[in-house]
Ligand binder design. Sequence first.
Ligand code: IMP
Length: 184
Amino acid sequence: MPAAGKEKLKVLIRRAAINRRVREVAKEISHDFKGERVHLIGVLKGACIFLSDLVREINLECSIDFIAVSSYGKGKESSGQVRVLKDLDSSIEGLNVVLVEDILDTGLTLSYLLRVLQQRKPKALRVAALLDKPSRRLKQVEGDYIGFSIPNEFVVGYGLDHSERYRNLKDVCVLKLPADGPSH
Ligand code: IMP
């Protein structure tokens, strides 16, 4: 897909590697919750593709729900303020919850969500994230199931966007904007 304007895309993680890793993560979850039901909660919109692929590889009884939060708005930097835009459809009390995130960056969104969800008394609360940028962390939170640890680059594709674009890319790509200056 051609990049708009002078934006540049460089493949960071190819689709085959993503698919392979999603199957491995699903296997870990299936193993950890063997014989039980798992309730996946996708954080909209970025996690929708990861969740869709992940849930089909989990070998257990599964249910899904979604929550939407605001964090980044239209730009590349976090506002630091998190707000629930769409809440869960149903109670999670007594359920084995796996919160499914596209990427852990500063950790602000995750720490907020963990606090909110923990108050609702799930039986278990774990976190699966496709990507992790540990060097950007402002809050001490970690994922239980991480697809890939990546350097501090802004990435798009496989659900991740920039101003709502590029979510449909099958690979995870680094996005360079003209304002970023030349890459070395
Ligand atoms: P955090 O609260 O800073 O951890 O940010 C989490 C959210 O910011 C993610 O769920 C993404 O929606 C967004 N985000 C963080 N880094 C990137 C990126 O590199 N590309 C696209 N979205 C990102």
